[in-house]
Write a protein that binds this ligand. Structure first.
Ligand SMILES: NC(=O)c1ccc[n+]([C@@H]2O[C@H](COP(=O)([O-])OP(=O)(O)OC[C@H]3O[C@@H](n4cnc5c(N)ncnc54)[C@H](O)[C@@H]3O)[C@@H](O)[C@H]2O)c1
Length: 301
């Protein structure tokens, strides 16, 4: 197990009242960080901060609505007033409105995109202004999702906002690099958050999802927290503007579709046949011809 040290570092994790955000914040605090639980859920957020302090960690809760400029600016200001600076921002807060495009209302679209995309703009801007003023660099890690890389039915708003976060992160990495502030995305696959969140999918969906993961299982919260923490270390100082999927290989491709059962010959024009010594147009011509399954013609699947 990697033992990270964030002794004395000030870390804000949005959404840390629950789920992966909570697991990530708790891991930072166990590694010595002073952690801010920034969440709209007052009861849950206070309980996480209290639990960490009971275990001798340094943590505080600041009620925050990540969609609201004033709330986000206050979050950074109060953090700095209490602990003198800000070293790491983790943007994790999220919601899930899962509907097809034709079913979705304007308000549902705005709710999803504001919470996951506008929020990332607001929090990054507030944190970056502070980090630039401090002049000692910093780390920003934005939560993406495999849903931002791979299309899924009923996930247009979610996936669009997460894909937008990837692009936003690239631009911000360009802008903040000269200040030695790195900005990256960690994109989880489906993670088993039963016990730490109410947001877990049905077992049936989880099983179908796991069947599409090359490693054959869901992820564990600590696998996400470990990656976020690594990106936030000094050792990760040259990783910038990158989106890391932590998904067991899910976004690498479609596991349920294997290689072609039938192979296509590129049609070789009469003109090319004449120009190519040996009469076969493309160097792969003979190999392709050998690999064609007899009787299956030239169709692609
Ligand atoms: N769980 C997964 O399998 C999974 C997969 C891919 C990506 N993610 C991403 O990880 C992050 C955490 O997801 P989770 O599954 O742990 O969800 P979760 O619901 O357990 O946690 C989300 C937290 O965000 C908070 N939040 C919501 N709206 C907010 C607002 N306006 N202001 C402040 N806080 C707000 C909630 O109160 C909650 O504590 C999200 O960004 C999600 O998209 C999760």
């Amino acid at each position: 197990m990697i033992r990270y040290s964030f002794e004395g570092k000030v870390v804000i994790v949005t959404g840390a009242a629950s789920g992966l955000c909570r697991a990530t914040l708790e891991a930072f605090v166990r590694a010595g960080a002073r952690g801010v639980v920034a969440d709209i859920n007052e009861e849950g957020g206070r309980s996480v901060a209290d639990g960490l302090r009971d275990a001798a960690g340094e943590a505080m809760f600041i009620r925050t609505d990540v969609r609201d400029t004033k709330s986000v600016d206050d979050l950074v200001q109060r953090t700095v007033e209490r602990w003198g600076g800000l070293d790491v921002l983790v943007n994790c807060a999220g919601v899930g409105v899962h509907k097809t495009v034709v079913e979705m209302t304007d308000d549902e679209w705005d709710f999803q995109v504001d919470t996951q995309q506008r929020a990332v703009f607001l929090t990054c801007r507030a944190a970056a202004r502070q980090m630039i003023a401090q002049g000692r660099g910093g780390r920003i890690v934005n939560f993406g999702s495999t849903g931002g890389h791979v299309g899924r039915v009923r996930a247009a708003a979610h996936g669009t906002s997460k894909a937008g976060i990837v692009h936003f992160t690239k631009v911000l990495a360009l802008e903040l690099g000269p200040h030695n502030i790195t900005v990256n995305v960690v994109g989880p696959g489906l993670i088993d958050i039963r016990g730490i969140s109410n947001a877990f999918s049905t077992n049936e969906y989880a099983q179908r999802f796991a069947n599409e993961v090359p490693l054959g299982r869901l992820g564990r919260p600590e696998e996400i927290a470990n990656t976020v923490m690594f990106v936030a270390t000094e050792e990760a100082s040259f990783i910038n503007g990158h989106a890391i999927c932590v998904d067991g290989g899910y976004s690498a491709g479609k596991l349920s579709i294997d290689g072609p059962h039938r192979t296509v010959h590129a049609p070789v024009s009469a003109d090319r046949r004449r120009r190519t010594p040996g009469g076969v147009g493309h160097p792969t011509g003979p190999a392709v011809a050998r690999s064609v399954v007899p009787g299956h013609g030239n169709l692609i699947n």
